[in-house]
Write a protein that binds this ligand. Sequence first.
Ligand SMILES: NC(=O)c1ccc[n+]([C@@H]2O[C@H](COP(=O)([O-])OP(=O)(O)OC[C@H]3O[C@@H](n4cnc5c(N)ncnc54)[C@H](O)[C@@H]3O)[C@@H](O)[C@H]2O)c1
Length: 291
Amino acid sequence: MFFSKKEAKYSIKGEVVLVTGALGAIGRRLAIRLVNSGAQVALVDILSETEGAKFCEEISNGTALHVAAYLKADLCDIREIERMVEWADEQFGKVDVLVNNAGIASPNMLYDGESGDRISMMLKVNLLAPIEAMRVFVKYIQNGADDGRKGVVVNMASMGGLMPNRGGEVYGAAKAALIHITRASASLAPLVRISAVAPYYVNTPMVLNNPKLKNNKTVYPSLMLSVDQVCDATIRCICDTRAGGKIFALIGTWTYASMWLYDFAALQIKILAVWSLFTLSIYRLLGIAKD
Ligand SMILES: NC(=O)c1ccc[n+]([C@@H]2O[C@H](COP(=O)([O-])OP(=O)(O)OC[C@H]3O[C@@H](n4cnc5c(N)ncnc54)[C@H](O)[C@@H]3O)[C@@H](O)[C@H]2O)c1
């Protein structure tokens, strides 16, 4: 699937969007863009109520309308996730979209300085939390399906989940699993349309302040993305009815086209699999043993 760079012809006006990791670099910008487009945002992060309230006030921009609400929650605690969806529904009367954006990287190398606790936390925030959020959200949509309720989920994955790299093993493994579950959820559409965005490095503190990435040869400044590019792709995922089960790899200015490369790689694997089955059958037919 290929996104055109033309202005999208959709509206998210009146939609209620739940964003996790909402006080981070991408979360904040996404929340602002959504509110400016007429959506209401239910924001969740582990940071303090004070910080959340300050940001809600900032993005409400003096309007008396209830456009933003904040919940402090630690997504490592699975019980907080059910509460998060209930809370968002209480705040706005419905939840249309879930953006699983919260994520953490590690400043340490797996085989040099990483700790078991940090590994466990990375798997919880980057993988278990979005999986549980999807399960709870899908149940919420199914419960309202008779009244016409429909939903959309966008998972914030990473290029690290498509291309293994030394130093990002655990982060990449969590994102790869998130990509896997996104693709496996394609058939839930059109009731719940689940897709994912997989950006290359983004110009954010997560990258700029990570000592592990300084002088790292896999970080090409010319391919680095802006936060707005990631928000563009996320908003398009929310609105594009063809997006179910798709992963949108973002790299440099190839923002939307690079999905092609990923699909091409997947196609190559499928062709190879069919070819090996074919040759195996021929060998069997001819009675030739093949290890
Ligand atoms: N920055 C990049 O280069 C990059 C590249 C690819 C993918 N991503 C993904 O994009 C997403 C956002 O990244 P970002 O650059 O904005 O990072 P960020 O660190 O600025 O934001 C992440 C937010 O998640 C919150 N969070 C962390 N642990 C939490 C927990 N237990 N419970 C609730 N909230 C928690 C943090 O408080 C923070 O506000 C992440 O999922 C990240 O993996 C980022």
